[in-house]
Design a protein around this ligand. Sequence first.
Ligand SMILES: [Zn+2]
Length: 98
Amino acid sequence: MNTLLFIIEIISFAIWGSIVWIFKLLTTSKKEKEKERLKNIEIQKEKMRKEKEYEQKLKFSLTCKRCGELAFPVNGTQSNYYCESCGNRFTSVKHPFN
Ligand SMILES: [Zn+2]
């Protein structure tokens, strides 16, 4: 009889062990998913920020005098512009990207 009790004890121990293990696995994957979700939100925010910045720059962009393409304001300067098409740099009216 003692042996039977011992076996039952071992089996219940094993069952509890696996239940705890599964629970841990589930909560961990939930945390990972949450992390992934937050990361995606951050990426989305960054994307929106860049799009906004681009829109702003487009608003203040000028026509390049050399090639006629759009020249965008240069960050950190008061009135510098840079044309990506021909590489022309020039100074013109003040922009808010200083
Ligand atoms: Zn140009």
